[in-house]
Design a protein around this ligand. Structure first.
Ligand SMILES: Nc1nc2c(ncn2[C@@H]2O[C@H](COP(=O)(O)OP(=O)(O)OP(=O)(O)O)[C@@H](O)[C@H]2O)c(=O)[nH]1
Ligand SMILES: [Mg+2]
Length: 194
């Protein structure tokens, strides 16, 4: 549901980072921000608790090239992963164009990842989005940890369609831009179809 601003020749798309609490969603966004707008003195809009858990969302407009003379601007959001913030998650999913699921590779977080994925599918359906059709990328984060499950195990548990999968170490920036760019490209190719 991208918004086209003809006067400004601009297409605005919305990508949402979804996933269980403490999986690394905000860390992804912070890395992207630091490498881009942060350098230009930009501000990241956020609402967090004093422990830095996401309370509402982060918002980050990012220019990623143009199509047919229109600048494309991606607005990046993250949801609060903690279970009891479901109302916020639903709100943030409104008008979403692409979703990145940030999975925590740690063995003890597998159930939480599965729960987040189920929650995403439920909430998308409620917003009349088709999970099978929406641009979607799976990120396997925290690959640096000793208790990380093998990639093949995580793929078997968490893949739901032919989604691209990226390994990441978000706090070092590993896999962060690859994940975003792939999702961005998928959103643009949907736009070109429409
Ligand atoms: N070892 C390791 N730690 C990471 C990695 N990515 C993020 N973290 C750490 O994991 C913790 C949680 O990261 P956040 O980005 O705040 O997680 P979140 O998904 O935004 O969590 P909520 O906002 O509560 O939903 C932080 O202490 C991060 O530094 C990673 O790749 N490896
Ligand atoms: Mg967060």
């Amino acid at each position: 549901m991208s918004l086209i601003n003809f006067a400004a020749r601009e297409i605005n798309c919305k990508i949402v980072y979804y996933g269980a609490g403490l999986g690394g969603k905000t860390t992804n966004l912070r890395w992207i921000f630091d490498q881009t707008l942060g350098k230009a003195g930009g501000k990241m809009i956020s609402l967090a608790t004093e422990t830095d858990r996401t309370l509402f969302f982060y918002f980050l407009p990012l220019d990623l090239g143009s199509i047919r003379g229109f600048k494309t601007r991606f607005h990046l959001y993250t949801v609060p992963g903690q279970i009891f913030y479901d109302a916020s998650r639903k709100l943030i999913l409104r008008g979403v164009d692409g979703v990145i699921l940030v999975a925590d590779s740690e063995a003890e977080r597998l159930d939480a990842n599965l729960e987040a994925l189920e929650n995403l599918m439920d909430n998308l359906k409620e917003q009349k989005h088709d999970f099978m059709k929406i641009p979607y990328v799976l990120q396997l984060n925290k690959r640096d940890l000793p208790n990380a499950l093998p990639v093949e195990t995580l793929k078997k548990e968490l893949m739901r369609k032919d989604e691209p999968v990226f390994e990441a170490i978000a706090y070092k920036g590993v896999g962060v831009f690859e994940t975003l760019k792939t999702c961005g490209r998928m959103v643009l190719s949907e736009l070109k179809k429409g």
